[in-house]
Structures are given as structure tokens and as C-alpha cells.
Design a protein around this ligand. Structure first.
Ligand code: BTN
Length: 244
């Protein structure tokens, strides 16, 4: 990894900082912060980001071609996070489609991929990862879903710098492979980490619900659910998956 890495104290959001810092716009260029004052989650949610309590990092990647080549990008990032946790401490995390990282049934990390412009036929991607390490209970009590951190799960302190460098290595490596070969080389592995593999799930898509058994993903990153009407593929958007 020979791209620039910038360490920040407090920022609004590492994704926003990365977007606005052209010196980091090289494949693998990234920034990490100790705290974020306006950390962002998916679907317009906040990402509570107390000082020193988590990893807050963003990595840049430019892909040739339009958005259509990027189906599944965020799923590959999930695979990179799971691999990094395994390599770092033998931790077996799981993935909840499209890109939440779970440990022992609770959310450990979140991924926010933002994609911009293609004037020059390049899709500029800002890939953000927030991974809970040792969260104070106070601000974190505002989090509206079951969550955990590595300290709680491992029962001991975690070397944050070492975890950060392991994660950056895995992100960089998998992004290279994804740029060359797309999602196909990762399908089986994603499935092996799938929190809901072969379980009954309910898909909430606007006013409609679909129930079925979760069968993994296709090569465009859509979630496959076997319903009474056969196999259905669910693409992004506002869909959410729940245990049935
Ligand atoms: C989610 O699960 O909703 C995604 C959360 C992503 C949070 C990370 S923290 C680093 C980067 N900067 C942000 O503002 N968000 C992402």
C-alpha cells in the first residue's frame, strides 16, 4: 500500500474530508480520525463517533466506467472487514446484507460507500468504515439498534493501530481484485459470512413484504431470497432484511 494516509484529530466526517481533499484521490488514499462531529450512516442516519472509541476511516478508489460496474462494491468491503477481523484476532464476524458487520448477533461495524461523477469516465468512490472498539456507554446509549464493540466481545483491550493497518491492507487488496474481476470471486465467501444464510427472512420493500429463505447474493450484489414464487433478487434501495 503506497498511497497517502492522513491521520486527523477531529473532523466532521472522514468521508466528507476525503471527498474534499484531492491530494488523497489516489487508489488506496485514505484518512482516519479520532472523532467525528457529523459522522454519517446509511440512509441519512447519524453515526455517533466519540473520541478514540472506534475506527473511523475512509478510503478512495476510482473505478473505470459508470456506476453499473460498482454493484456489489459495498459487499466486498464487508468481506474485507470480516477478513481483517479474522487475521487480526481470529474474530468470526458475519455480514448482514447489504453491509452491516455483526459479531455475536449485534452490529459491530458499518460501511458507507459514496460514489461521485463520471465526467472523466471514472467513478470516484469514497468508502467509509466505522468499527466500534471501546465505546463509552453514555453517548452510545442513543444508538437505536443492538450494537457491540470489540472490547466487550473480546474482554480485553485492542491495539487500534494494528487493527487499522490490518484493515487498510485488506481493503486495498480486495479493492484491487474487485476492480479487475468484480464480485464473482467473492460470492462464496460472502455467503459463508451471511448472517441469514438459509434462514427465513422478511424483506421490507416499501409497502410490500416478502418472506422466504435467504440464499446468498448474485454477481451484482442483489440478495437472493427463495419465496413461494421461486427465487427473487432484491437490489439496493430502501429494502431491509429482518429475521422472520
Ligand atoms: C451505517 O452502518 O449506516 C454506515 C456507517 C458508516 C460510518 C463510517 S465512520 C467513517 C466514515 N465517515 C462517516 O461519516 N461515515 C463512515
Amino acid at each position: 500500500h503506497n498511497a497517502p494516509v492522513q491521520l486527523l484529530n477531529v473532523v466532521d466526517s472522514t468521508n466528507t474530508y476525503l471527498k474534499n481533499t484531492s491530494g488523497l484521490h489516489k487508489n488506496g488514499g485514505c484518512c482516519l480520525a479520532e472523532a467525528q462531529t457529523a459522522g454519517r450512516g446509511r440512509q441519512g442516519r447519524r453515526w455517533i463517533s466519540p473520541f478514540g472509541a472506534s475506527l473511523y476511516l475512509s478510503m478512495y478508489w476510482g473505478f473505470q466506467g459508470g456506476y453499473q460496474v460498482l454493484g456489489g462494491l459495498s459487499l466486498v468491503i464487508g468481506v474485507a472487514v470480516v477478513r481483517a477481523l479474522k487475521a487480526f484476532g481470529g474474530i468470526s464476524a458475519q455480514l448482514k446484507w447489504p453491509n452491516d458487520v455483526y459479531l455475536n448477533g449485534k452490529k459491530l461495524a458499518g460501511i458507507l460507500v459514496e460514489i461521485e461523477g463520471q465526467l472523466d469516465d471514472v467513478s470516484h468512490c469514497y468508502i467509509g468504515v466505522g468499527l466500534n472498539i471501546q465505546m463509552p456507554t453514555d453517548p452510545a446509549s442513543a444508538i437505536d439498534q443492538p450494537w457491540t464493540d470489540l472490547y466487550t466481545e473480546m474482554g480485553s483491550q485492542v491495539n487500534r493501530n494494528q487493527l487499522a493497518s490490518t484493515l487498510l491492507d485488506h481493503l486495498y487488496q480486495l479493492l484491487h481484485l474487485f476492480a479487475e474481476q468484480g464480485l464473482t470471486p467473492f460470492l462464496k465467501e460472502w455467503q459463508a459470512y451471511n448472517l441469514f444464510q438459509d434462514k427465513w427472512v422478511k424483506m421490507l420493500c416499501g409497502p410490500k413484504d416478502f418472506s422466504g429463505q435467504c440464499r446468498g447474493i448474485n454477481d451484482q450484489g442483489a440478495l437472493l431470497v427463495e419465496t413461494g414464487k421461486g427465487m427473487q433478487a432484491f437490489y439496493g434501495g430502501e429494502i431491509s432484511v429482518r429475521a422472520h
